[in-house]
Design a protein around this ligand. Structure first.
Ligand SMILES: [Zn+2]
Length: 251
């Protein structure tokens, strides 16, 4: 079998932008027995991501018969899906199998799949055991939190995405085992981090990056096992002052 190993420039079937399919891609598609893509990489990414709405919430009606209240949902009001409030969806008050259908060989698969998807009730928010945490999605075993997503065991947390076992904190992304922290990204097992990135096993840190087992530091980068440092320099006489600043910005 001969395989065309030249790269090709094609126009995206969706946005019309040109994109390149390189030679090794053609070899791969041939090996997998799938046709080359008709959409550009970005349009393909958008299509894949459209299946997971993690952080955009809407107010809409619940589709449980007899329910008239507004609910919070990841499905906007104009979406064609049947959406049940969380309590009802998790209950045994409805039978999922009642929404099934025999496969019809005379109709295309994807048309039937779409009809099944629209008819079968979707849960308003993908939460489980989220207590007093109405504005959240993909929140598990969390309580008293607001606008969190993809989070597990959050308590008193707000404005956070991908956080694990965090308490009394806000404005976080990709962190775990933090307490009383604000604006922390990619940090773990720490207490009172403010405006920090990539810090672990630390406490009372301000504007710091990639520090481990440090405390009472400001503006430090890559420090290990240090205390009372400002811009990576020790400040022994300023111990009281640094603690004071950390205390002053505490919520
Ligand atoms: Zn495109």
């Amino acid at each position: 079998m001969t395989i065309d190993t030249k790269e090709e420039t094609r126009a995206c079937a969706h946005c019309k932008a040109s994109f390149i399919i390189n030679a090794s891609d053609f070899v791969f598609y041939e090996r997998m027995k799938v046709p080359p893509p008709t959409r550009c990489p970005e349009c393909r990414l958008v299509r894949r991501m459209s299946w997971r709405n993690e952080r955009t919430l809407y107010k809409r009606k619940c589709n449980v018969p007899g329910h008239t209240e507004d609910i919070i949902s990841i499905f906007s009001p104009e979406k064609p899906f049947t959406v049940y409030d969380q309590k009802h969806w998790w209950s045994d008050a409805w039978d999922p199998l009642a929404f099934g259908a025999e496969y019809d060989f005379s109709k295309p698969f994807f048309q039937q799949f779409r009809e099944l998807l629209q008819r079968t009730p979707q849960i308003a928010l993908f939460n489980s055991n989220a207590v007093r945490t109405e504005y959240a999605n993909h929140a598990l075993d969390s309580k008293d939190s607001f606008l969190i997503s993809a989070s597990y065991k959050s308590e008193n947390v707000m404005y956070a995405n991908r956080v694990l076992e965090v308490r009394d904190s806000s404005d976080l992304y990709l962190v775990g085992w933090l307490e009383r922290s604000y604006e922390a990204v990619n940090c773990g097992t720490s207490y009172k981090l403010r405006w920090c990135y990539g810090c672990e096993d630390s406490q009372d840190m301000l504007f710091s990056y990639d520090c481990r087992n440090c405390s009472q530091c400001i503006g430090c980068v890559g420090l290990r096992n240090k205390q009372y440092h400002i811009f990576n320099k020790p400040h022994r006489r300023a111990e009281e002052k640094v603690s004071g600043i950390c205390r002053d910005v505490s919520p």
